[in-house]
Design a protein around this ligand. Structure first.
Ligand SMILES: *Cc1c(COP(=O)(O)O)cnc(C)c1O
Length: 391
């Protein structure tokens, strides 16, 4: 198996070698790593709910009540009572007829897309969609047509040109995971209606973030015109699992047809209980989402004032484009020495030449922590000659 070594030495040469690090969470925004404490600016724990007292207690109570594992798939014996409660709460929160929980967001995307679409059909997919959407498209065997990122004219050209007589689906991330920008959903929905296509939105980074936490469709007032709202329980909701919200018919269809739903053991009671408690926190306390937005503003404006190139944006995902993969890694390393955990994002996650720091803020960060962090980031970028195209 020489190819293993060969591949590894190649990715190392390209600065693309990856390995896991073990971080020990100490609260919602700090971790211990090699015996030092760091401020976490790289997590998708947007509301800090992983450490919310009610969410933790719900998980503990669920273990006491129902044990640790679910012991079976949803359609066999794994549907413990918390599942139906959570699915009802998701549907109520999203304002849809029904909802279905998958084991992960990844599994929701591959399960939904491959259940809805087949080889006679065409999928229109934004070029920056998440890998799980791409994999869902591949698995479905539908023809996948990729349109330029959020380019509505390109999307319309492609819709107008298609000769497909099967089903059509337009699928986008609501909030794009690496850039933090929001899909132009109103234009997309209008095109979908004009060309008789279904619309699916991935709210992994919009759940708990946009539309009072209700997602991208709610943000634009489009919830009744988006057929499939997918999201995850693993980011702002501080637990694990994916969900799909939509019509009752859609949900019943998926229960019968989505293989990633059918052929995998159901999530543990504690996981579902935590997600349900987190959802309640968001629904009952809209000010948490406001605090997240304020913190994102503090970080964005702080970085801009310090001379870094940061686009205007409305989400807690703040990319600082560096360009070169090696430089991005070097900057992240420098910041680690300053007590900040910030991800360097490199190809293949982003295109070559667009390596970046991806900063994410949380509602649980203190404003003064964020202000301090912006100064450290700017100083490190200056030291490495990365301010305003110096490199
Ligand atoms: C994280 C993510 C997913 C996958 O969700 P998991 O619950 O982590 O499997 C899907 N889509 C997007 C856009 C994501 O960022």
């Amino acid at each position: 198996m020489e190819f293993l070594k060969k591949y590894l030495s190649e990715v190392k040469k390209l600065d693309l070698y990856r390995q896991t690090n073990t971080y020990i969470p100490t609260d919602a925004t700090h971790v211990k790593f090699e015996n030092k404490t760091f401020l976490m600016l790289a997590s998708n724990n947007y509301l800090g709910l992983t450490h919310h007292a009610c969410v933790k207690q719900a998980a503990i109570d669920a273990v006491q009540m129902y044990g640790t594992g679910s012991g079976g798939a949803r359609l066999t014996t794994g549907s413990h009572p918390l599942y139906a409660e959570l699915e009802q709460e998701i549907a109520r929160f999203k304002g849809t007829e029904a909802a279905l929980v998958f084991n992960t967001g990844y599994m929701a995307n591959i399960g939904v897309i491959s259940a809805l679409m087949n080889s006679q059909d065409v999928i229109f997919s934004d070029e920056l969609n998440h890998a799980s959407i791409i994999d869902g498209c591949r698995l479905s065997k539908a023809t996948t047509v990729v349109f330029r990122h959020s380019d509505i004219n390109h999307l319309e050209d492609l819709l107008a040109k298609t000769t497909c007589h099967g089903r059509k689906l337009i699928v986008v991330d609501g909030v794009f995971s690496m850039d933090g920008d929001i899909a132009p959903l109103k234009d997309i929905v209008e095109l979908a209606e004009k060309y008789d296509a279904m619309v699916m939105v991935d709210d992994a980074h919009a759940t708990g973030v946009l539309g009072n936490g209700r997602g991208t469709a709610a943000h634009f007032g489009l919830k009744d015109r988006v057929h499939i709202q997918m999201g995850t329980l693993s980011k702002a909701l501080g637990s694990e699992g994916g969900y799909v919200a939509g019509s009752r018919c859609l949900i019943e269809y998926l229960i019968n047809k989505a293989r990633s739903y059918i052929f995998s053991t159901a999530l543990a009671p504690a996981t579902i209980a935590a997600a349900k408690a987190a959802l309640k926190v968001v629904a009952d306390n809209p000010e948490i989402v406001d605090r997240l937005n304020q913190n994102a503003d503090i970080m964005r404006s702080g970085l801009r004032v310090a001379g870094l190139k940061v686009d205007t944006g409305e989400t807690p995902i703040i990319p600082v484009i560096v360009g070169d993969a090696g430089a991005a890694v070097e900057l992240a390393k420098e910041l680690r020495n300053e007590g900040l955990i910030i991800a360097a994002i490199r190809p293949p996650t982003v295109p070559v030449g667009e390596s970046r720091l991806r900063i994410t803020v949380s509602a649980a960060h203190k404003p003064e922590e964020l202000e301090q962090a912006t100064m450290k980031i700017a100083a490190a970028a200056q030291r490495l000659g990365l301010l305003r195209g110096e490199r």
